[in-house]
Design a protein around this ligand. Sequence first.
Ligand SMILES: O=C1O[C@H]([C@@H](O)CO)C(O)=C1O
Length: 528
Amino acid sequence: KVRHYKWEVKYQFQSPDCFRKLVIGINGKTPGPTIIAQQGDTIIVELKNSLLTENVAIHWHGIRQIGTPWSDGTEGVTQCPILPGDTFFYKFVVDRPGSYLYHAHYGMQREAGLYGSIRVAVPDGVVEPFTYDYDRTIILNDWYHKSTYEQATGLSSKPFVWVGEPQSLLIHGRGKFNCSSPTIGSSDTCNTTNPQCAPYTLTVVPGKTIRIRLSSLTALSALNFEIEGHNLTVVEADGHFVEPFVVKNINVYSGETYSVLVKADQDPSRNYWLASNVISRKPATPTGLGILNYYPNHPSNYPPSTPPTGPLWNDSDYRLAQSLKIKAHPSHIIAPPVETDRVIILLNTQNEIDGFRRWSVNNVSFNLPHTPYLIALKEKLRHKIVQPNPNATASNAIYRLKFNSTVDIVLQNGNSMVPNTSETHPWHLHGHDFWVLGHGKGKFDPMEDPKKYNLVNPIMKNTVPVHSYGWTALRYIADNPGVWAFHCHIEAHFYMGMGVVIEEGVEKVGKLPTSIMGCGETKSLIRP
Ligand SMILES: O=C1O[C@H]([C@@H](O)CO)C(O)=C1O
């Protein structure tokens, strides 16, 4: 089935956390419309850029884009940006069931509110390995009052101006800033009675089980999500069925999606808090709150209790333990190859390059080129591909993989420039799902640690954290012709260079649509 969506991307005033700012909406909404499809469907998004003075590109996060690498929506990698006033057609097949996301992939535009979710149902007659009565989507986010431009300018200035901690945490686009804070001017700009910042409410019928498709698209924060008094049974991660496990609360890193089952089995005479708390960085943002509403109580009745504050923000053992619990469902194991053809170790560090604060991978800080890689490599616009350089330099280096080979990537965490600090980084791979073979503490040992890899029932994901001072090992098969970004999903960190680009089988890519061209050296390809 073909599903056609017509979207207009536009700036608008909105007050997601009661503070009014310019946000980017789709058809007037942030989060944008949910794409609802069934496995095998073709999605066509006719996207009109009505931003007037700003480019746009939208990435379909978790969709592998098999046969359509030019629809991945990664500006500088798979396409030229969509110019103001232009309409671009994204066309791709949703080849796997599950919960996915979409968001802007141009500059730091995602933070302006340009994001939403994709829900792909299993084919008719196929059953999932769990049951529920109905499902709902919740995207968690953090929220800044400064514009993405002000933030990006600070990050690329000398001296460096860090974005700081977010002002609010949003639960599906809604939060509550303290408008009586002295920095707020008038009730025009911040008004806690604005219905746009009424808390997100999830209504449940007592005794029923609800599936929450929970994800995070934070700019910075790692989050912990909890529903007061209710256990969460984790059943899906990034579109793959999980061997179910029960938690009191779940850690969600930017770019991850989970499905959790929640049974409405508590005292039905009251409502309960939904709570989102910052973990892994010292919190300076209040708990994000929503309401779990037991029907027929009034949805806006505040729960009579104190909201959950989440686990200790610096309990890294707790986070590592939860990462290690996520394994493939016994009846849905896709076994990884037992051997690998190539191991790439990617050391994550923060550096100073020419006085600019940057993030680097093996001492190379990534810059997006003006000519998108997919076009440059397919059309052979570049004779020379820059290879990683051993010194701390900025570059737009890429990795080229042998088509159909098996590759291991070991993410090795290091220090930031703040003494004794190693941050958590959620890494997202485009175009693939990978097996998560292991997470460990300290320095990866290439002789010993691979012996402990889980080759029996590893989960497949597209986004995975590397914990502070730890390592994470992934394996995947380079079988999707195209050019794919692999990067830290923290908006500021990718902007500061924390990413690489990986090519495989580009010669097998079909004829590139001219609609992705027009910038940099690709101008020569579309001139009559
Ligand atoms: O990228 C970052 O910069 C700051 C700090 O490291 C400044 O050096 C911070 O907390 C980040 O995550």
